[in-house]
Design a protein around this ligand. Sequence first.
Ligand code: NAD
Length: 330
Amino acid sequence: ICLTSRGSAVRIRQRPLNIIICRSLTVKSVRLSYYNMVDMSMLNGYTELVGLMASPIRHSHSPAMQNEAFRRAGINCVQLAFEVDNSCLKEAVHAIRALGMRGSNVSMPNKTVVGKYLDKLSPAAQLIGSVNTIVNDHGVLTGYCTDGIGFMASLKDEGIDITGKKITVVGAGGAATAIQIQAALDGVAEISIFNVKDQFYEAGEETVRKINKFTDCKASIYDLADHAALRREIADSCLLSNATGLGMKPYEDITWLPDTTFLRPDLIVTDTVYAPSMTKFLGMAREVGCRYMNGHGMMLFQGAAAFQLWTGKQMDVDHMKQWLREVGIF
Ligand code: NAD
């Protein structure tokens, strides 16, 4: 482990000796929150590139995770983050074709805008109205949304099957819409959506319309202020999910859940928030004895789905979970 000139910790692994070089022994407790280990010996004229286009983006853990996944799988590819907002998104997407990049991840504020610059959209991306992964197949760019896929895969990974069942999801923004549409496409029988009457409520109504029109799932939306409806819908559901930003900074100590009497021990409770890993909402679920999951799984599996779209290979998720814990991302 060594320190860069900016003071961040970096691990250098020299193959084949696997030497760890220390540049400073004065480090006492550097939090290894971020170190990215691309095996430089793999980079050559054949190295493929995938991007991550968003703004702001430097805080993202995605390049660290994808580059570790490429290294682990022995795939000669790297992911780099590019500070791209709507003002230069069109040119950035053209660059994917022009440079022969394998594709890109896309995050805010580009997720809902980038579709118009692509050649094709997956059925889920089309319905969700959002793209977080672009794949370049010989100049044909296809947009996918892996957030909902990641949510569903994270449940499966825990042995949880919600197909044919009813769930309640609070939220109508990007994460919530991806979860709701993917769950409906994957065979969930009924989804009750709750949201505050803000600018996202209309998006929730649109999601309900799409689910009821294009899938076999039955969806409804309610005002989150209607606590009688909230209690009733949760009582009928096998799973309750928070897909709002409440629980993350600057709302760490806040939840929309009025009190623990809305929960019961056999309810599965999930949160899209991953930092902090234990939100107030999940704390209430723990108190009641519910099985609960934070947003780490969704984050990991949306990345695994993107990795598979680019490489045709499965990410080694067991290794990745351990690695993410080791480097302090999880
Ligand atoms: P967004 O801005 O698109 O949506 C925000 C949602 O929060 C809306 O439904 C809004 O109505 C609701 N909201 C805002 N203030 C509220 C309040 N005071 N009370 C109740 N509801 C309120 O955000 P997003 O992109 O959907 O992200 C939502 C959360 O999901 C964030 O915490 C984000 O970090 C997380 N997320 C996690 C993953 C993952 O992989 N785990 C992926 C995407 C997003």
